[in-house]
Design a protein around this ligand. Structure first.
Ligand code: ZN
Length: 331
């Protein structure tokens, strides 16, 4: 039995928020566990007791909504140091039901900040993106796991799990089994360069493993923005298309041979939107095809650039975009 299985097993036997403690000496190779949860105070009585992990082997990170905004974000910096400096062996993203962040729209947020005297003009333009607001607790955990798995700051052999905690009962629901993701990544390793294989195949394997655990594919394909935020999304897309916008573009990658550019452009389906990870490790998009084409023409995206057909949840290298589009259409 591995650590995650022991945690789930202890959790099924938990009563009143307390699980029988797991035998930590049996899991020395998997402890301490690094967990990220929401700041919701209702979690205080459950964590870590309901996981069965002794406090001395438990590194607890919290932020509002257990949100990770990208593979190089500040929360990932802390997760990376928790592993590198504090010796964390496995990572667990703990989402929870009835999350107030999920229930807060951009409009709600504006009202609440206004009541606090925070000036709208001094806040980031795209609040939904900045605060990482989400519409589904499950989707949010899957996305967080993906970002951790894709992060170059996290060792490729560190298992990254995802669970959802019922805020009323403390019962856990398994969303991502990090061991399965690692196995899937190993068996599906492509013949690409090392730097890309370390990050790329595991992202799609998170989806594969989640799908194996009977997660709804339909839910995973929900747009990342709320319907009410559609106008803001359109506005941010327009900003990205405007020639004046430079801050939202990926950093310039190494130059591509000129004859490769028309071939890359031919791979782009004009009816789709795309997400891209820039040379700075940040995620950009979703942007319309026209913007991706311009990035290719400008040499800002090349054959090695990680790209995702928006809604597919699968990262591939730009050179493999044709295959990714065909697979996405088949679904
Ligand atoms: Zn919450």
């Amino acid at each position: 039995m591995r650590l995650l299985d022991a945690i789930l097993d202890a959790n099924t036997r938990a009563a009143d928020g307390k699980a029988p403690p797991i035998a930590s000496e049996q899991f020395a190779a998997a402890l301490p566990l690094v967990a990220l949860s929401c700041i919701d105070a209702r979690l205080n009585r459950f964590i870590p007791e309901v996981l069965g992990v002794p406090e001395s082997h438990f590194i607890w990170l919290r932020n509002a909504g257990n949100i990770i905004t990208g593979p190089m974000s500040s929360t990932l910096r802390s997760l990376a140091l928790a592993c590198a400096v504090k010796g964390g062996k496995e990572i667990l993203i703990v989402g929870h039901s009835d999350c107030l962040v999920r229930k807060t729209s951009t409009l709600d947020l504006l009202g609440k900040f206004a009541a606090l005297g925070v000036e709208r003009a001094r806040m980031p333009e795209n609040l939904q993106e900045y605060f990482g607001l989400f519409a589904s607790e499950r989707q949010n955990v899957l996305k967080a796991v993906e970002h951790v798995r894709a992060s170059p700051l996290i060792g490729p052999r560190v298992p990254v799990h995802g669970v959802l905690l019922d805020i009323a009962t403390g019962k856990l629901e398994l969303l991502v089994n990090g061991y399965q993701v690692l196995e899937a990544a190993t068996s599906a390793a492509p013949t690409a360069s090392v730097s890309v294989t370390a990050a790329m195949p595991s992202v799609s394997s998170v989806q594969l493993a989640a799908a194996k655990d009977n997660q709804s594919i339909g839910e995973m394909q929900l747009p990342q923005f709320r319907i009410g935020d559609a106008m803001q999304h359109v506005q941010s897309t327009l900003r990205e298309m405007s020639p004046a916008a430079t801050s939202t573009k990926p950093a310039v990658p190494p130059p591509v041979p000129a004859d490769a550019i028309p071939n890359l452009k031919r791979l782009v389906d004009l009816s789709r939107h795309y997400r891209v990870i820039g040379g700075d490790g940040k995620q950009y998009g979703p942007v319309p095809a026209s913007v991706l084409l311009r990035w290719i023409a400008d040499g800002r995206a090349d054959a090695e650039t990680p790209v995702q057909v928006d809604g597919s949840g699968v990262w591939v290298k730009l050179a493999q975009l044709g295959d990714a589009l065909r697979q996405h259409r088949r679904k």
